[in-house]
Design a protein around this ligand. Structure first.
Ligand code: ADP
Length: 476
């Protein structure tokens, strides 16, 4: 396959830059050339007009037989301009014709009066007429002339013709155009080289981004791309890229930690089971001893089951997080249902489970997930409250939100542990919670479910006095 010719941004930008600059240069050259030409012509026309006016004055002042020396004098006055002057007499009879009556200046002979007369349509003009003559054929001498009508009588008039050679001007213009056409591509080339170098310099950090990005792997996410100027576009890109890598590093760290915590939590019950079996098999035991061993194994198996169940639940809501279909759910019904289901457990544990208030509250949510959230919070309250204690629940409406509260008089949570309790596998203190009960996943599940419902959680707790958890749900 053929590689595309202008792959890099640098080459493409340089190409566009060269094209745009080329068009600008060309337009500028044409524009300047036209302007220069027009101003030169305007200067010539002014000279021609002045000379024609002087000639008019001269011939008006003198009789026709003295016109020849008179116009010679005018021509001398304009010597530097190398003009020629002629006076034509126009017969305005039936057939208009002309006759040369005075002439001065060596170049006058190079002009065909007949041709000029044709261009005037054999009519005497009312106003001075400017024209270029002999321009078409390269063999003839080009001139700029003015035809200046004077002294109109009944059947006779005079036409002053003043002209000058355009050869010098043409060669100046030609030289000017050549200079511009030669220097413009040269300037273009220099600008393009300059532009290319500036672009190369500006895009240099992109190269380092690519190189560093290639070196970053899941094994080594600690690398960051250096940037000198954080404010320019590339600096911002690098900063964003670095932030993205930092977030990725965080996520990978959490995943690794989660995996190691999960393996640990799965391995511990297995080690206990294995240990129990090892000991039981060392010698013959009586039925009571076997029963105790089997009871421990059963406990550990239940614990394993709970961990696996919670892990599966977590991974399922993680996968579904943004796609859980939410519908109108009566949160009060969910709360009452879980309350009733938990009552026997509370009785068994000797903890009083009561309801402060349950108001009707419809939220946008998923009934199964909400059930799990309420269940986990109640479960914790009962788990960490000693017999004789109290657990109170309530659901009240407050402005735009429904507040679900679980309040217990249990062992409480130390302040420094509060920010951590929602982390997976985090337990405040292994020794204080009965080993076989908590999996450390209950509150992370609560947090995920709350996030899906855009609900906020607040935990207030005082060690040995109790814990209050408030989940605030937005209404539909
Ligand atoms: P677990 O399954 O261990 O209860 P959780 O994620 O539900 O895990 O809770 C994390 C930790 O937070 C618990 O180990 C416990 O130490 C603490 N905790 C949660 N709820 C309460 C509560 N109501 N009272 C006291 N401690 C609590």
């Amino acid at each position: 396959m053929r590689a595309p010719r202008f792959k890099s941004i640098r080459s493409r930008l340089t190409l566009w830059y060269a094209l745009v600059l080329g068009v600008i240069f060309l337009t500028a050259v044409l524009f300047l050339y036209r302007g220069f030409q027009a101003s030169l012509q305007a200067a010539i026309d002014t000279t021609l007009q002045t000379a024609a006016e002087e000639t008019e004055l001269a011939i008006l002042k003198t009789p026709p037989e003295k016109w020849q020396p008179a116009i010679k004098q005018v021509e001398r006055a304009f010597l530097v301009n190398r003009l020629f002057i002629q006076v034509l007499e126009i017969d305005l009879g039936e057939e208009v014709s002309f006759r040369l009556v005075a002439r001065s200046g060596v170049l006058a002979g190079n002009i065909s009066q007949r041709k000029i007369w044709e261009r005037l349509n054999a009519q005497l003009p009312d106003q001075p007429v400017y024209m270029n003559v002999n321009e078409e054929s390269p063999s003839e001498h080009p001139f700029r002339i003015v035809l200046y009508p004077v002294k109109r009588e009944k059947d006779k008039a005079h036409l002053i013709e003043v002209g000058t050679s355009l050869i010098k001007i043409s060669s100046i213009l030609h030289y000017y155009l050549t200079m511009m056409l030669v220097s413009a591509p040269l300037m273009l080339l220099l600008s393009v080289i300059g532009g290319y170098l500036i672009l190369s310099r500006a895009l240099l950090p992109v190269k380092s981004v690519v190189q560093t990005a290639n070196r970053i792997t899941t094994e080594d996410l600690s690398l960051r791309i250096e940037t000198r100027n954080r404010k320019d576009e590339i600096g911002q890109l690098i900063t964003t890229f670095n932030q993205m890598i930092a977030r990725l590093e965080q996520s990978i760290f959490h995943i690794k930690r989660f995996a190691s915590d999960a393996s640990h939590d799965l391995k511990t019950p297995l080690t206990v089971i294995r240990g129990e079996i090892d000991i039981a098999m060392r010698k013959e035991r009586d039925a009571r001893e076997y029963k105790t061993t089997l009871a421990t194994i059963l406990d550990e198996t239940r614990r394993l089951e709970r961990v696996i169940d919670n892990l599966l639940f977590l991974s399922r809501i993680d996968a579904l997080a943004h796609r859980v279909p939410l519908e109108r759910v009566g949160l009060d019904e969910v709360v009452l249902e879980v309350f009733e289901k938990t009552q026997p457990l509370a009785l068994k544990k000797g903890v009083t489970l009561g309801i402060e208030a349950v108001e009707a509250a419809i939220v946008n949510g998923d009934a199964i997930l909400l059930n799990r959230l309420v269940m986990n919070l109640l479960d914790n309250a009962l788990k960490y409250t000693s017999p004789g204690g109290r657990v109170e629940i309530s659901l009240v409406r407050s402005g735009e939100r429904a507040l679900f509260t679980v309040k217990d008089t249990g062992i409480g949570i130390p302040e420094e542990a509060l920010p951590l309790i929602f982390n997976p596998f985090y337990r405040v203190d292994q020794s204080r919670s009965e080993r076989s009960e908590g999996s450390g996943l209950g509150l992370s599940i609560v947090k995920k479910i709350a996030d899906i419902h855009k609900a906020e959680i607040e935990v207030h707790s005082q060690p040995d006095r109790g814990t209050t958890v408030v989940v605030s749900f937005p209404f539909d």
